[in-house]
Design a protein around this ligand. Structure first.
Ligand code: GLN
Length: 485
């Protein structure tokens, strides 16, 4: 197998046995990026020189016998993570030349393990989108079919895994942005429980929903990455101080007696036939592995998308106020006076989708509408959380599709934002409830597009969904298929 196809655990085995150096692995990855990047477009910024220096340092660390499983592993990050000295754009013209003075905690933790940074990955602007089409840095293509979107907003993080341009990546998930692109690109992606991973140094979209998580080739790698980035951080007041378990130890393969809930509101008539077929097969597989199925109800599911688009836009309108050409962001050159400068800077710096969300959010928070929209949405959010709390009294995990259809065509939904918003129906409730969920490869459509299944866990139940995902992976071969790119 080519070096660029190896998982973290496979590559670590070779580095540890001195069959391969990190410098060789990094060079192989850089060459691979070079050759497929024109067809995929996963990266906004590449950092080959610092990557080779980091690889050399990793090789010295391995030689000294002090290696972590991530030492010398070539990774890439969504361009939403601040990286000291390396341009960080968040997919926006607003930050096209922003060089952060410090790094995100999640990246610092990976760096402390000795991993190598290949570059920064494309994404929807400020993480708003489901297709990567709102990036100011061009489209990213789905490696399984380059006429299609890779999903979003962490589209580059998923396409880089599917195109074998990085061994593992990090994304963020506010309403599905790790799980949906993972599903569309045939990767494993996990959104941890709110508070599990520090968001310090992660550019904020909707602060009560945003979480950091890995996108990887398999479940073992996902457990390794989560273990490295999870845990309390005094610099993020929302990070929770509970011990980080050994997530790889949870991958026992044994799920006998696991109680899996199937929410009746999710298995609806409009579901794509290939997606439904993949779910039916997954249920069969889990039955064979000894799991028990229970029909459950999440009665407020219908309100989730509307609730999300009030809360997320309200928080975004507040978070994005800082980009005024003074404190942060692009400054217009043609302005006369302060107000004109701010207006022009924001008009020029933000793209259409970001502007739409700022307007929606500002409206929902404005006096006279605040109670009718924002406060009402908060109340419905509590009801949605209650749905999950009740369901988890009876089941260990909930199994659903990640997305109602496989990846759509580039350009197909740009003129219909509502249709695009509705496609997040299965992922959004998890963010509103603050719990954890992952996407695991579960098959292909008739036209060869990947389909993911979603495992939703209890708050801080990452070990259980990882165990369930791993058992499924062991029993199937979907994760071993490779996009021809
Ligand atoms: N697609 C959703 C949105 O557009 C989710 C984005 C995300 O999780 N960052 O808001």
């Amino acid at each position: 197998m080519d070096i660029f196809e190896l998982t973290i655990h496979e590559l670590h085995g070779k580095l540890n046995a001195r069959e391969l150096s990190s410098a060789e692995a990094t060079r192989a990855m850089l060459a691979r990026i070079e050759s497929v990047e024109p067809r995929v477009g996963s990266f906004i910024t590449r950092t080959p020189e610092s990557a080779l220096a980091e690889a050399a340092a990793a090789d010295r660390r391995i030689a000294s016998g002090d290696a972590h499983v991530l030492t010398g592993i070539p990774l890439a990050l969504k361009d939403i993570f601040l990286t000291e000295g390396i341009r960080t754009t968040c997919g926006s013209r607003m930050l096209h030349n922003f060089i952060p003075p410090y790094s995100a905690t999640a990246w610092e933790r990976l760096r402390d393990c000795g991993s190598v940074l290949l570059g920064k990955l494309n994404q929807d602007e400020f993480a708003m989108g489901s297709s990567n089409e709102s990036s100011a840095f061009g489209v990213t293509r789905n490696p399984w079919d380059t006429a299609r979107i890779p999903g979003g907003s962490s589209g580059g993080s998923a396409s880089a895994i599917a195109a074998r341009q990085a061994t593992a990546t990090l994304g963020t998930d506010t309403g599905g942005s790790i799980r949906q692109p993972s599903s569309h690109c045939g990767c494993v992606g996990l959104k941890p429980t709110y508070g599990r991973v520090s968001r310090y140094g992660v550019i904020a979209f909707a602060s009560s929903l945003d979480q950091v998580g890995p996108i990887t080739r398999d479940v073992t790698d996902c457990a390794i990455m989560l273990g490295a980035v999870a845990g309390y951080d005094s610099k993020d007041s929302t990070s929770v101080n509970t011990p980080v378990p050994d997530y790889t130890a949870a991958l026992t393969g044994d799920i006998k007696g696991l109680r899996i809930g199937l929410p009746k509101e999710y298995y609806i008539d409009g579901l794509d036939r290939d997606v439904q077929a993949a779910m039916d097969r997954a249920i069969e597989t889990y039955r064979r592995l000894g799991a028990e199925f229970v029909e459950i109800s999440l009665p407020h599911t219908d309100y989730a998308v509307a609730t999300y688009y009030l809360i997320a836009t309200a928080e975004a309108s507040s978070n994005l106020a800082r980009y005024d050409g003074v404190r942060f962001g692009h400054r217009s050159e043609q302005a006369e006076g302060l107000i004109d400068m701010m207006t022009k800077s924001r008009s020029e710096g933000f793209g259409a989708e970001v502007k739409r969300r700022i307007m929606l959010g500002t409206y929902a928070l404005s006096s006279g509408y605040y109670d009718a929209y924002y406060v009402k949405a908060q109340k419905v959010r509590t009801l949605i959380m209650g749905d999950f709390t009740r369901a988890f009294e009876d089941v260990d995990v909930i199994l659903t599709p990640v997305a109602p259809t496989p990846a759509f065509k580039i350009g197909e939904m740009v003129d219909d934002p509502l249709q695009m918003y509705l496609s997040d129906i299965f992922t959004i409730p998890v963010n509103l409830a603050g719990t954890c969920a992952m996407s695991v490869p579960a098959g292909f459509s008739a036209s060869g597009l990947p389909i993911g299944l979603q495992l939703i866990g209890k708050p801080f139940g990452e070990e259980t969904i990882l165990r369930a995902g791993h058992a499924f992976e062991q029993a199937t071969e979907w994760h071993t298929r490779k996009a021809e790119i």
